[in-house]
Ligand binder design. Sequence first.
Ligand code: GAL
Length: 414
Amino acid sequence: MNIRLFAGALAASVSLSFGMAQAAELEVTHWWTSGGEAAAVAEFAKAAEANGIKWKDGAIAGGDNARQIILSRISGGDPMGATQLNTGRDAEDLVKAGLMTDLTPIAEKEGWKDFIRPSKLLDSCTYDGKIFCVPVNIHSFQWMWVNRHVFEDNGLKVPTTWAEFVTEAPKLKEKGVTPLAVGGEPWQINGMAGVFQIAIGGVDLYKKIQINKDAEAAASPEMTKVFQAIADARGLVDDGFVGRAWNDATNMVITGKAGAQIMGDWAQGEFSVAGQVAGKDYDCLPGLGMQAVLDTGGDAFYFPKPKGDNAEQVEAQLKLASLLVSKETQVAFNLKKGSLPIRGDIDMNAANACMQKGIKILENPDNILPSGEQSFSSDTQKQMEDMWVEYFNTPEMTPEEAQARFVEIIKEAN
Ligand code: GAL
């Protein structure tokens, strides 16, 4: 029997085992369009195709852009078969409106509660006791990526903390190297501000503001130091940062045009695709090397109810949800994505030095903080983004002026 016939027979037998008469097609939307992201999502597509699900890829570039298109398609009655979104509250209105397929049957059958960790990942998918999304990874913004060669080749100390980086930065500038690579999209500036809040302000301050929405904490002198550190960072970027895509900023670090970038660990996928070796070509500093913590950002897949509640589509949705949390798919996907797996019972020995740092941090639940998407409503997140972007783009805006704006947002935060 030739291999194509054999593969077809295998797929048919597998799909029958899940009760599907033929391969159902699912349109899957996501915003994973960079080199590393595309390599990672291809692992999901491969797993789907190998298990009798035809994966119709619906990549949409740019997280903010994609999120709006995805949410409006679902609310407008033009649902896709499955979609990536951030783990958190972005889809809560659609879940409440009953527009998402209930995954509880497969979650209970497979015991997701027993192996998905930390458990708050699943809490973010749970509404009224039912589960409406499947977390697929843990991404954290709490990382700084440093090109080792840029410092070594210029006779400078490879920084291990933000403070050391700021000390070395002027010498980089003298050598014609941009110290800090930044992309000016709102989510990037907002995410970087969150990293400073933890690294400079400390975990307790972050929790008071993010979880308790404590306006006094937002107005504290400790928070003023955060605004000052961000003012320092403003002075370390190149003029072309406004509107730059995150992976173009990562590429500046990879190619030595810049010394470092503060970005989520999806940046790791770009280093990997470029053949860079963690610990040799680049270093990774969780919490800017000052607070070894992670936030549970990351991605979850939602499965909008198909038109007419098409049973075959729902069957394929439940099957894909099961595949995305399976051990083999979790390893294959996360190694390419640079993210951490949502389950602790798999062999991640192939993970590089940076991922191993992240896995170690994950072992202590006290080191894991909620992400902005999990703490604030979309509306509050947007207000925060606008404030951080204005502050970062306006050198004449003082830390005190920006902090006053921040306090007002936290007072009204929901
Ligand atoms: C985040 C997402 C990551 C990463 C990043 C940049 O929102 O969780 O998977 O891809 O956007 O696109």
